[in-house]
Design a protein around this ligand. Structure first.
Ligand SMILES: Nc1ncnc2c1ncn2[C@@H]1O[C@H](COP(=O)(O)OP(=O)(O)OP(=O)(O)O)[C@@H](O)[C@H]1O
Ligand SMILES: [Mg+2]
Length: 280
């Protein structure tokens, strides 16, 4: 794209995250700088363990980086105190967790409106209409009085998505929001997310392993070993995404084999390398 880029809704600068559970330092994110444009659907893809969830948690202020800065809009969230950060998360950020994190003692409806409850307010008429429309679109109307243990995994996931969209946050982060859904429900979730982006200017960042889901995005960022390695922009096809993922997986496998001292396979197909980072 050659057009001037708008002010990012989220921004990482030289962000590293090092986990050190028992003295064995593990670099989950390595000097990541990334701008997320507003009113766009951004997908993050990469091999398992490449740092996608860590990246999302840090972007959303759920975890702090070991070094580097994170901004949401104009606010540098890495400089905020815990209570300021909690308020900002509540009002401006939505999150769908890889494990949905529903409150087991609340019903589906109570879970969906929980963000309003936590912010000590009730949804206004406009918000109530929006919430009803997402409940209907996500096929949850018949399940509103059930508790999470009484509904399927897919319905739990859709409840978590409804909860995250309910307040129309400035930015929504979703970690594999279609991971537990059948094809039709997955398409419905992506249709709602795309609609929220196009019609409401919602900014969304989602992690997915599914090239068909990622093909809904305006931009796909690929990460490997804790750092962005390539990206695709605009009219992105599932085929090109799948090829880029295969290439990353082959590289990750080759690196693992090299580390383990086993002989390396040749890269599976040279054409994948040519596709990496290719724009259409
Ligand atoms: N709390 C933690 N303590 C120690 N190591 C962690 C912690 N959280 C994540 N890691 C490690 O950091 C790396 C990145 O993890 P992360 O969960 O971000 O990967 P991911 O890309 O989301 O993987 P997946 O696709 O399997 O969900 C992994 O090696 C993981 O084991
Ligand atoms: Mg993850």
């Amino acid at each position: 794209m050659t057009t001037a880029s708008p002010t990012p809704i989220a921004q990482l600068r030289n962000v590293s995250k090092i986990f050190d559970p028992d003295g064995a330092a593990l670099v989950a994110l390595n000097q990541v700088s990334l701008d997320i444009a507003p009113a766009r659907l951004t997908a993050v893809m990469g091999p398992s363990g490449s740092g996608k969830s860590t990246l999302m948690h840090i972007l959303a202020g759920l975890d702090r980086p070991s070094s580097g800065t994170v901004r949401i809009g104009e606010r540098e969230i890495t400089a905020l105190h815990e209570d300021e950060l909690t308020a900002l998360r509540r009002r401006r950020i939505g999150f769908v967790f890889q494990a949905f994190n529903l409150v087991p003692t609340l019903t589906v409806r109570e879970n969906i409106v929980l963000p309003f409850e936590l912010d000590d307010r009730r949804p206004n008429a406009d918000e109530r209409a929006w919430i009803s429309s997402i409940i209907k679109r996500l096929g949850l109307d018949g399940r509103l009085k059930h508790r999470p243990s009484e509904i399927s995994g897919g319905q739990q996931q859709r409840t978590a998505i409804a909860r995250a969209l309910a307040t129309r946050p400035d930015i929504l982060f979703a970690d594999e929001p279609t991971g537990n859904l059948d094809g039709r429900s997955g398409r419905e979730v992506m249709a709602i997310m795309s609609e929220a982006v196009r019609e409401l200017g919602q900014s969304i960042v989602l992690v997915t392993h599914d090239p068909i889901v990622a093909a809904y995005a305006d931009r796909v960022v690929f990460i490997a070993d804790g750092t962005p390695v390539s990206e695709l922009n605009d009219s992105i096809s599932a085929e090109v995404i799948a090829q880029t993922m295969l290439d990353l997986d082959a590289k990750a496998e080759a690196a693992e084999n090299a580390a383990a001292g086993t002989p390396q396979h040749p890269v599976r197909s040279p054409q994948y390398a040519a596709e990496t980072g290719g724009r259409r």
